[in-house]
Ligand binder design. Structure first.
Ligand code: NAP
Length: 556
């Protein structure tokens, strides 16, 4: 394995180690990154703050947690033996199974020896004279590396709500995104769940079965589609396995969101009422994220979107017996799909249980948490335990926790103060040799994450190999290319209904966070093509520094 030279002329602590690449995070992105780097003969160190690999699936172990992308598609494609041999049990794998898969990958590809667990990266500083990063970790050590890859995940910085008195609550408080590793038993307890996004909607039906009483505190109602989860049959698994090369190709190249599904050839208003209703019924019966793919204009045309939203509101009214509760559960403040659509198992039906109550905290806000109760403007609700399903500082939150210093000592947080700026979501100008996997400005959270992760890992490792072959020591996004990309990401987003919602895609869930639509909506196929074209043109839009002259030259 090669290790690039350490910083010349710099005094450094004795504990400094030198790697070609430092990777931050050992989730699906970090693990594949390490695997590819090793294949290229590069030395790499992965730092992971969790106690094991798995990232999102290590932390989000709340009751009912499962992926909302089907298991046969939410899996690595880079190794055919792996995809042929792994046995997914259900249409949507539960969290423990996905975590088991992550651990299996770590063991199968012998990744663990280069992954340092329980270690946070606190700081990363770029040394312009040596074109090297200096990375400081929570164990007080420093490592140098030519490249740093942020594989920190998009939904990994769990957000505690700022509610008065929360610290004085005498019962247990859990955050869905930071769930304990010991079993949690709510049997006989009065539980309060705050938050009704995907995490709340998945956990409510499971907690309702255990708790003596469950109170759900809802600020904003969300659209949710039944998962229709079921055990996978051997025939279903075999059919995928036999067709994997083509399925993976279609997911990468032809699907906007990297999930193979039927592609509609018409808009919602092209059909009459009866035909449209029949199509919605059929997708509702099928279940899952592909509900939004029934027509090709649901995210572009408000009138078309209204037809789908009305259909789902109607379903909620059919399921929920109490009309007042049903009305509160019907979302009416954003177009369907403009916030991440939720996928549930019996969420709405849970409100028919005698031990479940919905509290609308939009009209009756939470004032404070008391030692044994939640006090809203109008009442006091006694609870023994609280579950905070209040989401994440998404896409930028985990990056922002690291003190990243690029050229001239500028921090990434300073640069991104008015919103994240990247070229292709992969790099940010002023921060040479620092790559981001599924960063803001890439399809990322709007896609099957594993499809996007594999594409980024392959693009980045190809780029590093190309640099080595061309004797280059630094790559940096140019300001001009970055500005144009940011404008393009923005323009594409605003051609859709997405920016109409106060979503975490927009940063709207974090007080004070700049409201900018962060992921790239153009679709994974188009995006992949753009990235490939950039690479084919000698990394157009990036500036490169050669090893000998250490002078900048345009890449193209
Ligand atoms: P989320 O979608 O951001 O939902 C957070 C919820 O908490 C919202 O209902 C929000 O209300 C509420 N909330 C936040 N702060 C609050 C406060 N101070 N007081 C009262 N309510 C408050 O977070 P999430 O449910 O964890 O999901 C985040 C994303 O993770 C999802 O969109 C999805 O992409 C991913 N995820 C996926 C799966 C899956 O694969 N099945 C499962 C879970 C999560 P407002 O809407 O009014 O702000």
């Amino acid at each position: 394995m090669s290790a690039l030279p350490s910083m010349p002329g710099k005094s450094r602590p004795a504990a400094t180690e030198a790697y070609d690449v430092v990777v931050v995070g050992a989730g699906f992105a970090g693990m594949y990154m390490l695997h590819r780097l090793r294949q290229q003969g590069l030395s790499a160190r992965v730092y992971e703050q969790g106690g094991d690999v798995g990232g999102t699936w290590y932390w989000n172990r709340y009751p009912g947690a499962r992926c909302d992308v089907e298991s046969m598609q939410y899996s690595y494609s880079f190794d055919d033996e792996l995809q042929q041999e792994w046995n997914w049990s259900e249409r949507y794998a539960p969290q423990p199974e996905i975590l088991k898969y992550a651990k299996h990958v770590a063991d199968r590809f012998k990744l663990r020896s280069d992954i340092q667990l329980n270690t946070r990266v606190d700081r990363a500083e770029f040394d312009e004279s040596g074109n090297l990063w200096s990375v400081t970790t929570s164990d007080g050590k420093t490592a140098t590396a030519r490249h740093v890859v942020l594989a920190t995940g998009c939904l990994s910085n769990a957000r505690m709500p700022d509610i008065k008195g929360l610290g004085d609550f005498k019962g247990k408080v859990y955050h869905t995104g930071h769930w304990p590793h010991e079993p949690v038993d709510f049997t006989g307890l009065r539980v309060g769940v705050i938050g009704t996004g995907s995490s709340g909607i998945q956990s409510v039906p499971v907690i309702a079965e255990q708790a003596s009483h469950l109170t759900v505190f809802q600020r904003t109602a969300n659209f949710s589609i039944p998962a229709r989860n079921a055990a996978l049959t051997e025939e279903e698994r075999d059919s995928f396995r036999a067709n994997y090369p083509e399925i993976r190709r279609i997911a990468r190249e032809e699907m906007r969101n990297g999930i193979v599904q039927e592609v509609p050839d018409r808009g919602a208003l092209d059909d009459g009422d009866a035909e449209r209703r029949a199509k919605f019924e059929s997708r509702w019966a099928k279940g899952g994220l592909t509900f939004m793919g029934v027509y090709n204009n649901l995210v572009f045309d408000k009138a078309a979107n209204d037809t789908a939203a009305d259909f789902v509101r109607g379903k909620i009214a059919e399921i929920v017996e109490d009309p007042q509760t049903a009305k509160l559960l019907q979302p009416n403040d954003h177009p369907i799909g403009s916030k991440r659509i939720c996928i549930d198992t019996d969420y709405f039906a849970s409100f028919n249980r005698p031990n479940v109550t919905l509290v609308d905290i939009k009209s009756d806000p939470i004032q404070e948490i008391l030692p044994h109760a939640v006090r809203t403007s109008a009442r006091e609700i006694e609870v023994d335990a609280l579950v905070l399903a209040t989401g994440f500082d998404a896409m930028t939150g985990s990056v922002a926790k690291i003190d990243i210093r690029g050229r001239n000592g500028q921090t990434l947080n300073q640069k991104w103060a008015e919103g994240p700026k990247t070229y292709l979501g992969l790099m940010s100008a002023g921060f040479p040799n620092l790559f981001i996997i599924t960063g803001p400005g890439s399809p990322s959270v709007l896609s099957n994450m594993i499809v996007s992760i594999e594409q980024h890992v392959e693009w980045i490792t190809d780029c590093i190999a190309w640099m080595r072959d061309h004797d280059l020591v630094a790559i940096e996004a140019s300001r001009d290319a970055e500005d144009k990309w940011v404008a393009h990401v923005n323009e594409v987003a605003h051609a859709t209904l997405y920016p109409q919602a106060n979503s975490w895609y927009m940063g709207a869930n974090i007080p004070g966070k700049p409201q900018i639509f962060m992921p790239y909506i153009g679709g994974v196929g188009l995006y992949r093509q753009i990235c490939n074209d950039v690479a084919a043109k000698g990394y157009e839009g990036f500036a490169m520094t050669a090893a000998e002259q250490r002078q900048e030259m345009a890449a193209s």
